[in-house]
Design a protein around this ligand. Sequence first.
Ligand code: HEC
Ligand code: HEC
Ligand code: HEC
Ligand code: HEC
Ligand code: HEC
Length: 271
Amino acid sequence: MKKIMLFSTVAIILSGLFGCSERKDDTPLVQSKVSIHGEGFKDPTSANFHAKYIQTKNYDIQLCQTCHGSDYSGGTTGQSCNTSACHNKAAGPENCTTCHGSVNAAPPKDLTGNVSPTFRGVGAHQKHLLSGTLHAAIACNECHKVPTAVLSPGHIDATSRAEIRFDTTSAFFVSTASYNATNVSCANTYCHGNFSGGNNLSVTWNDTSSTVAECGSCHGDVTKTGKAKIFPKTGHTSAAVTADCSTCHAAVINSSLAIIDPSKHVNGRIN
Ligand code: HEC
Ligand code: HEC
Ligand code: HEC
Ligand code: HEC
Ligand code: HEC
């Protein structure tokens, strides 16, 4: 061990000496900046990019605070993370869209940067989160425990995947609803038809060919047309069978069978 150290010390001295004596012109030596983090730490295309590095540290953002400061404004390094070109959103690197999400905190992008819904981390997030013609926006809290801050307990834990749990206080809650992380699928959820007369679908989160958002899939019969396509299999009186849906569900649907108020459809209540 001692020999190796001695040898390398000698080698450094020698190379330093020869390095100088070999210089023939008078151009001044350019001091190349040796980065504490190594080459490419600021380059998204590099294998050494800091986002990839922090992944290998299980996203432990506190590691960075040691030198860059608890508010990431530079600390002892003088190198702020919160610059206009970099982490320019509220809370800097701790912003909820730093490690996942973009328009909101939900993927895409997922934790490894994927944007296609075929990846399980991306899946049908935005289909649920953004309101549309079928339903109002569904909150993260329906499927996850939502952290108030990066370091909140239960957020970044030993597992690399997100935990799914259904909100027991939600209008959608049914105790039999379950998530299967092996198949990436949900079963027995109220939203997908686990109610009287519904079709109780099992749905695969990242199956982009799925037609589960079609009228007749959660309740009714997709192969039929008109009223029969959406009419629940059970739970209605014979009077309902002959009447228009809008006679009784006027807040939700019109006589042309169009949803007129998505906020009252798939809201956990019969309107
Ligand atoms: C031991 C102190 C220390 C720690 C810990 C540290 N940094 Fe740095 N960082 C520095 C210093 C000093 C610089 C200034 C430029 C240099 O030396 O690379 C810097 C610069 C940077 C840069 C700019 C690099 C460049 O090429 O300009 C990035 C990005 C960065 N750090 C990210 C991080 C991240 C992310 C973490 C946490 C995983 C972290 N740092 C932890 C000391 C540290
Ligand atoms: C309808 C249910 C549902 C809603 C609502 C939902 N998620 Fe998810 N989320 C999932 C499922 C399912 C997965 C995949 C879990 C797995 O890999 O087993 C997931 C995964 C994730 C992941 C991990 C991504 C990865 O790369 O593995 C993050 C982060 C996440 N969700 C954040 C959010 C946030 C933030 C919101 C709200 C803005 C939200 N989710 C809303 C069901 C949901
Ligand atoms: C430093 C990176 C990072 C930041 C910043 C971050 N997250 Fe996450 N988030 C993760 C990781 C990693 C996971 C999934 C892995 C796990 O469960 O350990 C995750 C998972 C989630 C999930 C899925 C449920 C869960 O805990 O598994 C939600 C919801 C979520 N984050 C919301 C947020 C919100 C809200 C913020 C802002 C307060 C935020 N995240 C900021 C890294 C981050
Ligand atoms: C005569 C009034 C009436 C008409 C017409 C009617 N419904 Fe209903 N519907 C109800 C009532 C009342 C309930 C609540 C039943 C219960 O609490 O079990 C209900 C419940 C539902 C539910 C929830 C599941 C269930 O069976 O409990 C769905 C879905 C639904 N109706 C769809 C429709 C559609 C689609 C049409 C038109 C094809 C329609 N309804 C026509 C009165 C009606
Ligand atoms: C993703 C599953 C799903 C799909 C797809 C779906 N529904 Fe529903 N629908 C529900 C659920 C769940 C209810 C139960 C009541 C509630 O929560 O609004 C419901 C209830 C209804 C009702 C009863 C009134 C009420 O309270 O909402 C009508 C009418 C209705 N749906 C019409 C439609 C029509 C028309 C379509 C196609 C445009 C459609 N549904 C597609 C899940 C679905």
